[in-house]
Design a protein around this ligand. Structure first.
Ligand code: BG6
Length: 470
């Protein structure tokens, strides 16, 4: 018998900036990524999302492929500046019509939409007012969320507010690799606080919207293992858990920051600063579910040098490790290579057991919160042999991770869905189109023609057998 419940949501995921294109079509406003990627030297070979894979114009063809794959659910994000070009105020009805048509098309194929409200493409107009560093951006986010609930809430039951705070805040405000390219941990923590406030306030708005659905938050799940049994490596590992997990999960699942770390941050940098009412807002608006994006684990060692920040997307091919700007705090921890580890071409350790362990760690700390695996996948340059995209490595990777989820379910975790990253080959933020994740290949030499990969037929069979045949 399958480990997976009958109503398990087998899906796949994408994000607006990475697939849609149509960056200035039909009244869409610019986002921070439109502006950033147009600056020379910011992305791999100057690639950008102007056209991406043109999902904006080809969504019906793409949804037909999703239907053929048998997907039960599709996780995608909405582009805030497509709906509100200035970030607030006047609504772009053409943008509303695009998402409305996409949702209808999905439902026509019995595919349950799962919406992410924010996958990093902040309206540029709001960045020019201070972006996440100013509280008014959180207010604008709530206005945007309400608009989405009103227009799409009659058909969409699964919502999440933010995707991966660790990445867009970490790289936006510490390493400077993402927009707005700031390098200042204190500013990072205040911006991050406004994200939590925006999340909590839009969960509150969701609860009063009358939508018969659930709202959650999506985080990177990055388990840490100490390099050795030495007490200093174990302490370093616990500290990494504190920063990469507790800081980012506690506010949305427990409704408060981890007390000790909060005290340390406030003593060191004077942040995050709370406005009156913030603590209650967080406490009263916890998530209905948590989305976990799992790609890799990190091995952690003690460090006597300044600690550097590292997360997904820290660099280009082969340079992902040990990169990043310093936190400016002496001697906390560092990520090191695991000599026994198996790594991708981008130096991400492949460690499926980490998914089981990570899910069980979330259950142990936060109780029986429903879980969706909202991203998981292998970024690789897929071989094309005799015209076929033979992505056997991806099949292997996904197979092992599905087994890891089955294991967690058997151990009692409430995992309700699996969304491999990604449905289709798309734009990797800093790595262009060379880092592929999809079940569907896009031929950039032949007018963005779609082609099913070997993994497409494989995943079709996984879904059809509810995870038994894999
Ligand atoms: C996740 C993001 O962190 O990782 C996705 O939510 C992203 O948007 C994915 O594409 C893979 O990262 P990368 O850098 O390999 O494209």
């Amino acid at each position: 018998m399958s480990a997976f419940p009958q109503d398990f949501l087998w899906g796949a995921a994408t994000a607006a900036y990475q697939v849609e294109g149509g960056f200035d079509a039909d009244g869409k406003g610019p986002s921070i990524w439109d502006e950033f990627a147009h600056r020379p030297g910011t992305t791999y070979q100057g690639t950008n999302g102007d056209v991406a894979v043109d999902h904006y114009h080809r969504f019906r063809e793409d949804v037909a492929l999703m239907g053929e794959l048998g997907m039960k659910s599709y996780r995608f994000s909405l582009s805030w500046p497509r709906l509100l070009p200035e970030g607030r105020g006047e609504v772009n009805e053409a943008g509303v019509a695009f998402y409305s048509d996409l949702i209808d098309e999905l439902l026509k194929h019995q595919i349950e939409p799962m919406i992410t409200l924010y996958h990093w493409d902040l309206p540029l107009a709001l960045q020019q007012e201070g972006g996440w560093e100013v509280r008014s951006t959180a207010d604008a986010f709530v206005e945007y969320a309400r608009l989405c609930y009103q227009r799409f809430g009659d058909r969409v039951k699964l919502w999440s507010t933010f995707n991966e705070t660790v990445v867009f805040i970490g790289h936006g405000y510490i390493t400077g690799a993402h927009p707005p390219a700031v390098q200042d941990p204190a500013r990072a923590l205040q911006a991050c606080h406004h994200v939590f406030v925006a999340h909590a306030a839009s969960v509150a708005a969701f609860r009063t919207s009358g939508i018969d659905g659930q709202i959650g938050f999506v985080n990177v799940l990055q388990p840490h293992t100490p390099r050795s049994d030495a007490p200093e490596d174990i302490a370093a590992c616990q500290f990494a858990d504190g920063i990469y997990t507790h800081w980012l999960y506690d506010p949305v699942l427990k409704g408060e920051y981890p007390a000790e770390l909060l005290a340390q941050a406030q003593a060191l940098w004077g942040v995050p600063r709370f406005a009156p009412g913030d603590a209650d807002l967080l406490r009263n608006n916890r998530c209905d579910f948590i989305g976990l994006n799992f790609y890799k684990r990190e091995t952690v060692a003690a460090n006597d040098q300044p600690t550097s920040f590292n997360a997904n997307h820290s660099g280009q091919r082969g340079s992902g490790h040990q990169q990043g700007k310093e936190f400016g705090v002496q001697g906390l921890f560092k990520f090191v290579r695991n000599p026994q580890g198996v790594y991708t071409d981008w130096d991400w350790e492949i460690y499926p057991q980490g998914l089981t362990d990570g899910i069980m760690m979330i259950k142990a700390r936060y109780g029986d919160v429903p879980i969706y695996i909202t991203e998981n996948g292998l970024g690789a340059k897929d071989p094309i042999i005799d015209g076929e995209v033979r992505d056997d490595d991806r099949i292997d990777y996904l197979r092992q991770h599905i087994a890891a989820i089955a294991e967690a379910i058997e151990q009692g975790a409430d995992v309700r869905g699996y969304y491999p990253w990604s449905f289709i080959d798309l734009l990797s933020w800093l790595n262009g189109f060379q880092k592929q994740y999809g079940f569907v290949y896009v031929d950039h030499q032949r007018g963005l023609a779609r082609q099913r990969k070997k993994s497409f037929a494989w995943y079709q069979q996984v879904i059809a057998s509810n995870g038994e045949q894999r």
